[in-house]
Design a protein. Structure first.
Length: 240
């Protein structure tokens, strides 16, 4: 999933600002996830599984320096075989985000986890896209997904999502000095209006409801006893 302009943006001050927060947030989430197989979808420029201790960690995408070269809409992994999936800025820059989520649900084991990072449309970064002079290159050309909408999609697939964490409250300045000057807003933003961070990280768990087996009643039930009835004198005389 080659995204035009992504490589250049990652080298800019706002790109480094966003990815530094996302890397730290994802590191904190995946550090305590255990299993045998973990997959990072997209963004091969960053190692989002660096702090995870799962033995087999691979990066999958349709281009770049990856371990698995594939279409993210058709993942070449067996069903119920992956313990952890991490993806950053994949859904909002792909033409078929629903199919990618369906594939993630297919390959995850029951109780497996997916961690998703994306741009928040309910933020200064999201509002920047609506201004008349907003450029049309990355990251402003994506279809940003709100956390509430993403939770709805995940719930339909049987996932249980947490509330999510938000970061990058400073405006999307191009100048690094201005970004550093606005770092003071990070603490107050996460405390007073945490939903308005420029980016978010959301974790969800694949829930599979267990079946309840109804076992047959193997106990042999005896024949019901006949109720006693009153015998009249005429009936006794007839039998005599």
């Amino acid at each position: 999933m080659s995204i035009p302009g992504l490589d250049a943006w990652l080298q800019t001050p706002p790109g480094r600002y966003v990815m530094a927060w996302e890397q730290a947030a994802i590191d904190a989430v995946v550090a305590d996830v255990f299993g045998y197989n973990a997959i990072q979808l997209g963004l091969p420029q960053c190692s989002l599984l660096a702090q995870n201790r799962i033995p087999l960690r691979q990066v999958a995408d349709d281009s770049g320096k990856v371990d698995v070269l594939c279409d993210l809409r058709q993942l070449p992994f067996a069903a119920n075989s992956i313990d952890l999936v991490v993806m950053s800025h994949v859904l909002e820059f792909h033409d078929d985000p629903h199919q990618i989520l369906r594939e993630v649900e297919r390959v995850l084991i029951p109780e497996g986890e997916v961690v998703i990072a994306g741009f928040n449309p309910i933020s200064i970064w999201g509002l920047r896209r609506r201004l008349p002079n907003c450029p049309r290159h990355f990251p402003w050309n994506g279809r940003y997904l709100s956390v509430s909408r993403l939770k709805d999609w995940l719930q339909l697939l049987g996932f249980e999502a947490d509330r999510g964490s938000y970061g990058c409250y400073a405006p999307p300045f191009k100048n690094e000095r201005w970004l550093r000057h606005w770092r003071f807003i990070e603490a107050s933003g996460s405390r007073w209006w945490n939903f308005a961070g420029g980016v978010y990280v959301l974790r969800a768990v694949k829930r599979v409801h267990s079946m309840r087996l109804i076992m047959p009643n193997w106990k042999q039930q005896g024949a019901p006893r006949k109720a006693l009835s009153v015998v009249s004198e005429k009936e006794i005389a007839r039998h005599e």
